[in-house]
Design a binder for this molecule. Structure first.
Ligand code: SF4
Ligand code: SF4
Ligand code: SF4
Length: 291
């Protein structure tokens, strides 16, 4: 016999008053699903489902949902929703509440954070492989190696006297006010993927742009790691549009042939190789049953 769960209006209001996600405006179009990088690569983590659960007031189910820990916090679901619903805000609220209620013990959370930081190394290597050619699979040994080995910083000598950034490069920098950066580091504090400078540091990228290190930055795997979450832009007191600088760099790398035109397709395919392993690792770390 089928049973139906009734919406819990009290819990629904409680979720909304904390998450401020405007969940009631969702018309279940799935646009958020179709932009979520984790969903696209694995079929897991549907932001629409999370909004639906919030709308029904299913708080306990939401807090124990493994998917809230798969989220990269890129906020793409928020940005694409035609009704200005914010699925990422529900996820953020659910994580905080799960921690507050000790549903996820703090030491487990620290292990999760450590894994998430090391996962950025895997993303860096994946981008590097895709810059060279196809990457359709990854062995368990390579996955562990990439996770556990820090990426060495560049040791190459840079002759500043030889620098002559192109007009397009200078214009990309000018359009995003990069020269206003006084290297305070607020962007790095806000960036969800900044853990190691050799992997990804927004301030470092903006510095390289201002110094005119065109070739180094346009050929770097790091610029392809940005999640476009816009937190750096929101955090910058000098109104530097960090996410736009990085987007311009990506466009320029393709336009100027520093990266071949098939790179985005190879990169998309490679996400299907790494994200299932990412989910498997989180399930194992946090004790979720594999599906
Ligand atoms: S994009 Fe917005 S309206 Fe569409 S399913 Fe997602 S949250 Fe709902
Ligand atoms: S914040 Fe990003 S990863 Fe998380 S659900 Fe939204 S689109 Fe997916
Ligand atoms: S948009 Fe800014 S804060 Fe977000 S991932 Fe990119 S550099 Fe980091």
């Amino acid at each position: 016999m089928l049973t139906y769960a009734l919406p819990d209006q009290t819990l629904r209001k409680a979720i909304e008053s904390s998450a401020h996600a405007q969940a009631n405006l969702c018309w279940t179009c799935s646009t958020c699903d179709s932009e979520c990088p984790v969903y696209l690569a694995t079929g897991r983590l549907r932001p629409q489902k999370i909004v639906r659960m919030a709308n029904l007031g299913f708080l306990d189910d939401l807090l124990s949902l493994p998917e809230i820990w798969y989220c990269l916090t890129c906020k793409r679901c928020n940005y694409v929703c035609p009704n200005l619903v914010k699925p990422a805000s529900i996820i953020s609220f659910s994580r905080q509440e799960a921690l507050r209620r000790n549903l996820l013990p703090w030491d487990m959370f620290l292990r999760y954070r450590d894994f998430f930081s090391r996962f950025q190394r895997v993303r860096w290597h994946t981008a590097e492989q895709c810059l060279k050619g196809d990457m359709e699979s990854i062995s368990h040994e390579l996955w562990c190696n990439w996770l556990d080995t820090p990426i060495a910083g560049s040791k190459g000598e840079i002759l500043f006297s030889n620098l002559s950034p192109s007009k397009a490069f200078k214009s990309a920098a000018d359009h995003s006010s990069s020269t206003a950066c006084f290297t305070c580091g607020e962007c790095g504090n806000a960036c969800p993927i900044f853990f190691e400078r050799s992997v990804f540091d927004p301030q470092w990228i903006f510095r390289m742009v201002n110094l005119g290190l065109e070739e180094e930055i346009l050929k770097s795997p790091s610029i392809w790691l940005c999640l476009a979450c816009q937190r750096c832009t929101e955090a910058c007191g000098e109104l530097v549009s960090g996410h736009l600088i990085i987007r311009h760099l990506q466009e320029l790398a393709l336009e100027e042939g520093m990266v071949d035109k098939d790179f985005p397709f190879r990169s998309k395919n490679a996400q299907r190789a790494i994200y299932p392993l990412y989910i498997k690792e989180i399930n194992s770390l946090l004790g979720f049953d594999p599906v």
